[in-house]
Design a protein around this ligand. Structure first.
Ligand SMILES: NC(=O)c1ccc[n+]([C@@H]2O[C@H](COP(=O)([O-])OP(=O)(O)OC[C@H]3O[C@@H](n4cnc5c(N)ncnc54)[C@H](OP(=O)(O)O)[C@@H]3O)[C@@H](O)[C@H]2O)c1
Length: 323
């Protein structure tokens, strides 16, 4: 397994172990957001799985440290660039996956389950092109594949809770109804990824997937949070044009200063999610369709928000956070 130390990776390790699989994970010596987890932390978080330290970007390490000459039935990957900036995305989402695929094939692995993203159906950003390029390579590899393209995760929709708890308004782009998604929990997505190993109806398919219940807009997410906090809804509207201006300024400055070019790409990522829904694009109408977006699982965003507010859950913020 690759990417076992990430949000979905951790949940997937647990789902695989629950199903009785033997799970071997290739991990970095320092993992987690900001490299805060040492090996002992990882062993605690991924108890029951075998951890092997290595480098996914090094083909020799994948073979020597990862596979170690043993036989594996499947490669499961939740590996993804933590920043989404172009160089990292091409190095990890594409190139490291190509190395892992080649190593797995050479070792006789017959199946791969890949965590991708629903947004790659309309690729405008570097990380989406990188993911698409690897999806193509996997489809042509001859391995049995399941390419899972989920909608938004709970953690990506929880970032404003602290603002609200400090009495601040909920920020929305436009009027907060420009986009919608069908949020999926870490555990429900993990269970689906694990199911891909044995459910043949999920083999050799690209699988867009959302969570249970109807689609929800950012404004509805805010209303949900305010109602759970027992407060009157209070929104602040941010024009999308503001993001365009930021992208233009950073994009120009980024031609001279690479650090600003990376920030421009993060602003482009923000703009994408501010204006594109995480729902299946209906090819007939060219519009995003909640109806065409399959659902799985049972855990709802409302339950997650309630757990966060009561302190029963904690959401790890990634580097993709916009607000
Ligand atoms: N956030 C959303 O709402 C959303 C929605 C749909 C799809 N997705 C997609 O879901 C995927 C996974 O998301 P996530 O939140 O679980 O990701 P995450 O928490 O950022 O985890 C990424 C994983 O990849 C590993 N990784 C990254 N760079 C690496 C490197 N250079 N060498 C070795 N390992 C590396 C990380 O290892 P370390 O712990 O060592 O850093 C970690 O295990 C992404 O492809 C994302 O695009 C996200």
């Amino acid at each position: 397994m690759l990417g076992a130390t990430g949000t979905i990776g951790r949940a997937t390790v647990h789902a695989l172990l629950r199903q009785g699989h033997t799970v071997v994970c290739l991990v970095r010596p320092q993992a987690g957001a900001g490299g805060r987890l040492g090996l002992a932390d990882m062993q605690r978080l991924l108890a029951g799985a075998e951890l092997r330290v290595g480098d996914v970007q090094d083909p020799q390490s994948l073979v020597r440290d990862g596979l170690q000459g043993q036989r594996f039935d499947a490669l499961v990957s939740c590996l993804a660039s933590r920043t989404g900036v172009p160089r990292d995305a091409w190095a990890i989402d594409h190139q490291a996956h190509l190395h892992a695929l080649a190593a797995a094939q050479a070792a006789g692995v017959r199946q791969m389950v890949l965590l991708s993203a629903l947004c790659v159906q309309k690729p405008l950003l570097a990380f989406q092109h990188a993911k698409r390029a690897f999806e193509q390579a996997l489809m042509q590899s001859g391995l049995v594949y399941s390419i899972v393209r989920p909608t938004a995760f709970f953690k990506s929709l929880s970032g404003q809770l602290e603002r609200l708890q400090r009495g601040k308004p909920f920020l929305v782009f436009g009027d907060g109804t420009l986009t919608a998604c069908k949020p999926i929990s870490d555990d429900d997505l993990a269970a689906y990824l694990a199911r891909c190993l044995h459910d043949t109806t999920l083999h050799n398919r690209v699988l867009p997937i959302g969570g249970p219940g109807p689609a929800i807009t950012p404004r509805e997410q805010g209303e949900l949070l305010f109602s759970l906090l027992g407060r009157q809804p209070h929104f602040k509207q941010v024009p999308v044009a503001l993001l365009d201006a930021i992208i233009a300024v950073l994009g120009t400055a980024g031609r001279v200063l690479p650090a600003l070019a990376a920030k421009a790409e993060l602003a482009r990522i923000g703009r994408y999610y501010a204006t594109e829904s995480m729902l299946v694009l209906d090819p007939a109408s060219g519009r995003y369709s909640a109806q065409a977006t399959p659902s799985t699982g049972s855990q709802t965003l409302a339950e997650h928000y309630a757990a966060l507010i009561s302190g029963r859950a904690y959401s790890e913020r990634g580097d993709h956070a916009v607000f």
